[in-house]
Structures are given as C-alpha cells and as structure tokens.
Write a protein that binds this ligand. Structure first.
Ligand SMILES: C[S@@+](CC[C@H](N)C(=O)[O-])C[C@H]1O[C@@H](n2cnc3c(N)ncnc32)[C@H](O)[C@@H]1O
Length: 289
C-alpha cells in the first residue's frame, strides 16, 4: 500500500488537459467533445493548452509519445462514452457510478441523456475537494444530479460510503473505472471489482481500462515502460497491470463477462484514423453475471 496523498491527483489533471486539447481539433475530426474539461485546469494545464493552441504542436519528440498518450486517453474516453450512451439508450440504467472520477464531466455532458439518473462520483478526498471548489465557482455548467463520495480505495469501504450517500443497493448501474486500476494494489483492484459486483444488479455494466507490461522492443514501448516509473516520482506509482490475454480470466473470477476489449489497434481503427495510440494499455466493457 502506498501512503495517502494529500495533494489533488496530477494524473487526473493531465488526462483532463488531454481532453481539453482535443477541443482544439476541428469539430468534424474530434474524437471526443468535452467543452467543460478546460474549466478544471490549473495554471500549468492552462499554459500547456494555450501553448498548443498558439503553436498547434503538442511536443517535439522523436518518439511522438505525447501525442500517442493524448490519443489513447481521448479514445478510451470515447469508448466509454459510447458504452454509456448505448446503456442509457437501452433504458437499463438506474444510476451511474464514476470510480476515481477525477475531472470527469459526464454528469454534465450527458445531463440530457441521463434525464435525472443519479451520478455518483467517487474519488480520493484531495481530488474530489479541488473539483468541488471549481464547480462551486463555475457558472457555465448545466444542472446535474451529482453526488460526490469521498473514498480512498486502499483504505475505506466503498460499499459503506456509497450506501451512506444514497446509492441504490442492487440498482442497475453503469460503472466507469477509467485510469484508476493501475494506481491500486492487486488486492485493492480485486476488492473494488468485488464490491461493485456485490452492490449492483446482475447485467450491470462496468467500463475499465488496464495497464500492462508490453514486451515490444520499439522505442514507444520502452517509453511506456519508463512512464510507469516516472509516475512513481510524481507520487502516483503504477502498481497493477494485467495483459489483455489474461484479463478475461481475471475479471471472470470476480463475476464479470468481458463484452468488449479495445487495445491499440482497435482504438486506432474505431476512433483515431491515422492518429496513433499507445502500446501497453487497453479499455474494456464488462457485464456482471
Ligand atoms: C488518471 S486519474 C483518472 C481520473 C478520471 N477517471 C478520468 O479519466 O479523467 C486517476 C484517478 O484515480 C483516483 N485515485 C487513485 N488512487 C485512488 C485511491 N486510492 N482512492 C481513491 N481514488 C484514487 C485519483 O484521485 C484520480 O482522480
């Protein structure tokens, strides 16, 4: 277990910046439309957004790693948006659960489609606290049925905190667990998946992404392996990974069937066109048995 952080998550702000950057892409070619992401950027994030806006260039790197990372993050978000939209269209969602919500803006972006379906945003108190301060001051956000729940997955009982916050036991739930599993211990990952399975209805869906130790010998794969160590220096070490080939068995033991799994090639084919995604990450959609 790593020590509880007191500072808001930097990776949450980084992926929020990536979604804000996508708004600079012309509408027709945009993978994702998140007009609210920029509201949650601090001074550094805003400076990066302005710099890319002014120069039209993300970074100078022979690896092109930064654009690949941005592309992965927006494609993963889009994959999950599409899965949520399909579940809402089917009419089978009583509540939405965002685990490790960070600066996820789905409660606002999907407000019309949700039609009052409650969204429970769970996050570490430090990140949830910063988001709350921004939301309080922001006049440009639409009305949303949002409940914020403070949880440290490594320490607190998700079940107890959610029930105390009004989460409907055994409700038909769409859960988003995006960009979080890699920062938890294996035990915490399993405990979290078990807890969600226990408190939601059968056939509830869960979208989650996973990191894995890619064995590619190319420079991008090497950069991806090094990135995990860099995140350690930033205070958010990558702790958990699972290979896509083993993920069906892993989640199967915890009561989930894998409905869809998108790795690098699939994300490029479905969403990114000529833009390249990262090796070593994939996003999934599962259904509780
Ligand atoms: C990379 S960010 C992803 C945020 C959001 N899901 C998104 O995609 O924009 C990781 C999130 O996981 C949360 N997180 C990491 N470890 C956590 C823990 N032990 N308990 C609660 N939240 C945690 C962080 O606070 C942060 O919001």
């Amino acid at each position: 277990m790593f020590p509880m952080r007191d500072a808001p998550s930097r990776t949450a702000e980084a992926v929020c910046l990536f979604r804000a950057l996508e708004q600079l892409t012309p509408g027709a070619t945009r993978v994702l439309d998140d007009p609210y992401a920029r509201m949650f950027l601090g001074p550094l994030g805003r400076a990066a957004l302005n710099s890319v806006g002014a120069t039209g260039r993300l970074a100078h790197s022979p690896l092109n790693y930064a654009p690949m990372l941005v592309n992965f993050v927006v494609a993963r978000h889009r994959f999950i948006d599409d899965a949520l939209a399909a579940a809402l269209d089917d009419g089978g969602v009583d509540q939405v659960l965002l685990l490790g919500a960070g600066y996820d803006t789905r409660a606002w972006r999907f407000a019309d489609r949700l039609g009052g379906v409650p969204v429970f945003e769970v996050d570490h108190p430090s990140t949830a606290g910063r988001k709350a301060q921004i939301v309080e001051k922001e006049a440009g956000l639409p009305a949303a049925n949002r409940t914020v729940v403070h949880v440290d997955f490594q320490v607190h009982s998700l079940r107890e905190r959610l029930f105390a916050a009004g989460f409907q036991p055994q409700g038909r739930t769409f859960t988003v667990w995006e960009g979080v599993s890699m920062y938890l211990t294996r035990e915490a990952v399993k405990a979290c998946l078990r807890a969600v399975h226990d408190i939601t209805a059968p056939h509830s869906r869960l979208a989650a992404d996973f990191w894995f130790l890619t064995d590619g010998s190319d420079l991008s794969s090497a950069a991806h392996r090094m990135g995990a160590n860099l995140l350690h220096v930033l205070g958010e070490p990558v702790l958990f990974g699972i290979h896509p080939e083993e993920s069906g068995f892993f989640v199967g033991q915890l009561g989930y069937d894998m409905l869809d799994l998108c790795g690098t090639a699939e994300l490029e084919a479905r969403y990114l066109g000529a833009r390249k995604s990262l090796p070593g990450e994939f996003v999934t959609l599962m259904e509780a048995r």
